[in-house]
Design a binder for this molecule. Structure first.
Ligand code: MN
Length: 322
């Protein structure tokens, strides 16, 4: 029996589902939950949606986003009688967070994901190495003979945009483009996805970017910058406003590795690494107790900013310019 059939069978045989996604969710996690939930409801099922961190501000435009609750916010009535747990976009169960994971205890679990390192934690595992989990959800909805409507299409398309960085990553292929075209045909609002994902930056964040870029250094294929608490204070930015800066650094022509050193208040430095041209930054990160993917990785290192910066840069230099 094929895996999609197994998933469909479990869905047909039950009535009430809980659908969870990983902490710090982005559009692929939230979009998968919303698309799948709407499809199941179309089939007369009941769904409860959970995320330990809730829905980020920039995804609240997706229809039904307010139905995704943190574990403590879900009322008992919605939690009673749940028969099956569906976990989307998670490589392992811990990604649900402790409070999220507890809601799945004792339930048969369907694991729907696209991470290469998925540890197959489910009773049924539908894991495909595609660009986004929402691609798999679209495939499942189609397989079940259900209709993708406009809200589903927009939610699923948002997952694809996020996980391909707007069709810029090396996971873009003809199947993905055909799936995306189909979602657009079903009414996905492409422009509103882009505006909400990329054009809702707080002005302070742009001011911070200006400061941080003006301090950047570029040497021997490595582009890097530092962010201190006093710099954040100067432009009234918060720690979250630093997100995305390392990606901007990577756009430098000739850069093999981009690196941001963020000084935290507790004598630790958060190091964010990005690469291109195939250099594996996860090896650098793991040397300092962190981890990640080939092109994106990070670590938290104990010590003074200057000293950590020197150690990490010399490690990168050793590998890049070997
Ligand atoms: Mn994903």
């Amino acid at each position: 029996m094929n895996r999609l059939k197994e998933v469909e069978d479990v869905i047909s045989r039950h009535k009430k589902f809980i659908i969870g996604s990983h902490r710090s969710p982005e559009a692929d996690a939230i979009g998968s939950q919303l698309g799948l939930s709407r499809a199941l409801r179309q089939r007369g099922k009941k769904t409860t949606l959970v995320n330990v961190d809730g829905v980020p501000r920039n995804l609240s435009f997706l229809k039904g986003a307010d139905s995704i609750k943190k574990p403590g916010e879900i009322d008992d009535k919605k939690l009673s009688g749940i028969e099956v747990g569906i976990v989307v976009d998670c490589s392992d169960l811990d990604r649900l967070g402790d409070a999220g994971k507890r809601l799945f205890e004792g339930l048969p679990v369907i694991n729907i994901d696209h991470h290469k390192d998925n540890d197959k934690f489910g009773d049924i595992n539908y894991v495909q190495g595609v660009a986004a989990t929402t691609e798999i959800i679209a495939e499942l909805i189609e397989y079940m003979g259900l209709t993708i409507d406009e809200p589903m299409a927009t939610a699923l398309y948002a997952g694809i945009i996020a996980d391909t960085s707007s069709f810029r990553n090396d996971n873009v292929n003809p199947d993905l483009m055909e799936r995306s075209a189909e979602l657009l045909r079903r009414g996905a609002n492409a422009r509103s996805v882009i505006v909400n994902l990329y054009e809702r930056e707080p002005f302070i964040k742009l001011k911070l970017l200006g400061e941080v870029l003006s301090n950047a250094k570029f040497n021997n294929g490595i582009v890097w910058t530092t962010i201190t608490p006093s710099l954040l204070e100067k432009v009234s930015a918060s720690g979250e406003d630093t997100e995305g800066i390392v990606g901007t650094l990577r756009t430098t022509e000739g850069a093999k590795v981009a690196c941001v050193f963020k000084e935290l208040s507790d004598n630790r430095v958060k190091v964010s690494l990005r690469s291109k041209e195939g250099f594996d930054v996860s090896r650098v990160a793991s040397k300092f107790g962190g981890g990640g993917h080939t092109v994106a990785a990070g670590c938290l290192v104990k010590g003074e900013l200057e000293e950590v910066r020197k150690r990490v840069l010399s490690e990168i230099d050793k590998r890049v310019n070997a």
